[in-house]
Design a protein around this ligand. Structure first.
Ligand code: BG6
Length: 508
C-alpha cells in the first residue's frame, strides 16, 4: 500500500462545488482507509470570511452521504482536526503572505511537502502560480521534499491559450511538479482498459485495423447544465468533454503497448495517438462532425427546459450540448478505422462506454442472416455505470437448421463482491501526493488534443450558420448523427432499455 509523506494540501477554491462534492469526500475516504500520511494538514482557501468551525460544519454537511455517523463519528472528528480555512483573494499579495504564515504555523514535518490544488476558474491559475513563486512556495527544499500543483480542467480554451498558460506556469513550476487533472483517467474502469489490453495475450493480436472495423466512444449524460449555465455557455460539449475526457479515453484505447509500465512510457504512447489524430478541416466538418443542442421536452412525465431556457444561458445561444465526431488516427495500427465519438447532455441516461466492433469472417457461411441476426463480434468496455466488460458473438440456436443468434459473455465489477470502486478523485489525489503522474495529462497531450478540436471550433465560429440540430431532451441526440455512417447499415449501440418508465436499465 502506497502511503504518502507527511504533507500540507492547500485548496484554492476550497468553498466551491468541486471541493464539497469531490475533493473532501475523496480525502475523507482516503483518511478512513488510512491511506493518508500519519501527519498532514488541509488548508482550504476561499473568498468568504469563514471560521475554521464554520467551514468544518459545511464540510460535515457535504460528507453526510459518505459517512456512517454511528460507527465513524470519532474518525470524522479526527479528520476534521486536520481541516482549516483561510480567506484569500487571489488579487491580494498580502493574503498570500498570510497563507505563508499559516503554512509556517503547521508542524515542521508537514511544511516540507506541499500540494497546491487549484480548484478555481482557469483565469486564476497563472496569477496563483506567480504569487506562490514570489514567496518561494514553489521551491522544493531538498531532493526528498516536494512542491506540486494540481490544475483542474479546463486547461485553456483553445490551443493558443493552453500554450500561453503552459508557458506562464513553466516560469514558476517545472513540468514534473505540474499535475493537469482529467478525472476520466482516474476512473477505475478506464485504468482497467490498460490492464485489459496489455495483461492479456488474447486481444493484443486483434487490436488493429486488420481485425477491428470501427470503434465507438460514448459519454452520455442525463442531466442538463444544472447550475453551471454560465460556464457551459462559454464552453460547450467540445471543450467540456471531447477535448479532454473523451480524447484521453481514446488515447488509452488506441495507444501502442508501452515499453515499461512507468509514467513517461505510458504518457509518451498516449501523446503519440493524439498527435496522430487526423485534423478535420473545412467542408469535411459537415461530413464528420454533428453538433446539437437540447430543446425542452417531457422526460418520464416531467417537463424539462431546453438549453436556451436554462439559468445563465444566452436565450439565443448556439452553444453545442451534443457532439458526434467521426475521427481517424493516421498511423500503421489504425489507418482507415473510424472512431465514432459522441457526448451530450440531456440524453436518455448516464452511460459511458467504448465499443470495439470486430470484422466479420472473410467467407460468410451464414449469409442469409443480417449482421445483427448473426451477432456481430463486439467488445464493450463499460466505463460507468455497472462497470464491466461484455463480449458479444453469434452462436447456433439449439434445434434443427442453422439459425444463428447473438449471445454475450459478460463481467461486472460488482460481481467481484468487493467494496464500491474507488472514486476517480481518491485515486488521483493519492497519486499526486505520492508523486505518480501517470494518470495526469502531460502538456504535449493537452496541446495535441487542442490541435484536433481547434479547427472545428474555429470553423463553427467563422460559419455560424453551420447546422446546430435541436434534439428533444431525453433522446439520443440528433438523428442526423447517422449520416456519419455514410448510408451503411451501421448505427450506434443503444445500451439502455425501457427508458420511458422507472424500470429503465442499461444492459452491459
Ligand atoms: C466534467 C464536466 O469534467 O465531467 C461536466 O465539466 C460533466 O460537464 C462531467 O458532467 C462528467 O463526469 P462524470 O464522471 O460524471 O462522467
Amino acid at each position: 500500500m502506497r502511503i504518502p509523506d507527511p504533507f500540507t494540501l492547500i485548496i484554492f477554491g476550497g468553498t466551491g462545488d468541486l471541493s464539497h462534492r469531490k475533493l473532501f469526500p475523496a480525502l475523507y475516504k482516503l483518511f478512513l482507509q488510512k491511506r493518508l500520511a500519519p501527519s498532514f494538514e488541509i488548508l482550504a482557501l476561499g473568498r468568504k470570511a469563514l471560521s475554521n468551525e464554520d467551514f468544518r460544519e459545511q464540510i460535515r454537511t457535504s460528507l453526510q452521504k459518505d459517512v456512517d455517523f454511528e460507527s465513524e463519528q470519532e474518525i470524522l472528528d479526527s479528520f476534521m482536526t486536520h481541516v482549516h480555512f483561510q480567506n484569500l483573494d487571489v488579487g491580494q499579495p498580502a493574503d498570500f503572505l498570510r497563507l505563508q504564515q499559516s503554512i509556517q504555523s503547521f508542524h515542521e514535518e508537514v511544511q516540507q511537502n506541499i500540494l497546491f490544488y487549484l480548484a478555481t476558474a482557469p483565469d486564476f491559475f497563472a496569477p496563483v502560480a506567480r504569487e506562490l513563486a514570489a514567496l518561494n512556495l514553489n521551491q522544493e527544499i531538498s531532493r526528498t521534499t516536494w512542491r506540486r500543483i494540481i490544475l483542474e480542467k479546463p486547461f485553456g480554451t483553445d490551443l493558443e491559450s493552453a500554450n500561453l498558460l503552459n508557458k506562464e506556469l513553466l516560469k514558476y513550476f517545472e513540468e514534473h511538479q505540474i499535475y493537469r487533472i482529467d478525472h476520466y483517467l482516474g476512473k477505475e474502469s478506464v485504468q482497467n482498459i490498460l490492464a485489459f489490453r496489455f495483461a492479456n495475450g488474447l486481444f493484443l493480436p486483434l487490436w488493429n485495423r486488420r481485425h477491428i472495423h470501427r470503434v465507438e466512444v460514448t459519454a452520455a449524460e442525463s442531466l442538463g447544465v444544472e447550475d453551471r449555465g454560465g460556464y457551459y455557455d462559454q464552453s460547450g460539449a467540445m471543450r467540456d468533454m471531447i477535448q479532454n475526457h473523451l480524447l484521453q479515453l481514446l488515447a488509452v484505447i488506441a495507444m501502442e503497448s508501452p515499453n515499461h509500465f512507468d509514467p513517461d512510457s505510458i504518457r509518451d504512447e498516449k501523446a503519440k495517438v493524439l498527435k496522430a489524430l487526423r485534423p478535420i478541416h473545412g467542408s469535411d466538418i459537415h461530413d464528420q462532425v454533428i453538433r446539437g443542442q437540447y430543446i425542452g421536452s417531457k422526460i418520464r412525465g416531467e417537463v424539462v427546459p431546453g438549453y436556451r431556457d436554462e439559468a445563465n444561458v444566452d436565450p439565443q445561444s448556439s452553444r453545442e450540448t451534443f457532439v458526434a465526431i467521426k475521427a481517424f488516427i493516421d498511423n500503421e495500427r489504425w489507418q482507415g478505422v473510424p472512431f465514432y465519438i459522441r457526448t451530450g447532455k440531456r440524453l436518455p441516461t448516464r452511460v459511458s462506454e467504448v465499443v470495439i466492433h470486430f470484422n466479420g469472417p472473410g467467407h460468410q457461411l451464414f449469409n442469409e442472416f443480417t449482421t445483427e441476426q448473426r451477432g456481430e463480434n463486439q467488445l464493450v468496455l463499460r466505463i460507468q455505470p455497472d462497470e464491466g466488460v461484455l463480449l458479444k458473438f453469434g452462436l447456433k440456436v439449439p434445434g434443427s437448421g442453422f439459425k444463428i443468434a447473438p449471445v454475450g459473455m459478460d463481467f461486472h465489477y460488482s460481481d467481484l463482491n468487493e467494496d464500491a470502486l474507488p472514486e476517480a478523485y481518491e485515486r488521483l489525489i493519492l497519486d499526486a501526493l505520492i508523486g505518480d503522474n501517470t494518470l495526469y495529462a502531460r502538456a504535449d497531450a493537452v496541446q495535441a488534443a487542442w490541435k484536433f478540436v481547434d479547427p472545428i471550433l474555429d470553423y463553427w465560429r467563422q460559419h455560424p450558420n453551420t447546422k446546430l440540430y435541436g434534439y428533444p431532451a431525453g433522446t439520443w441526440g440528433p438523428p442526423e448523427t447517422l449520416t456519419l455512417f455514410e448510408g451503411s447499415e451501421e448505427d450506434w449501440r443503444y445500451p439502455c432499455k425501457n427508458l420511458s418508465n422507472d424500470d429503465s436499465y442499461c444492459e452491459l
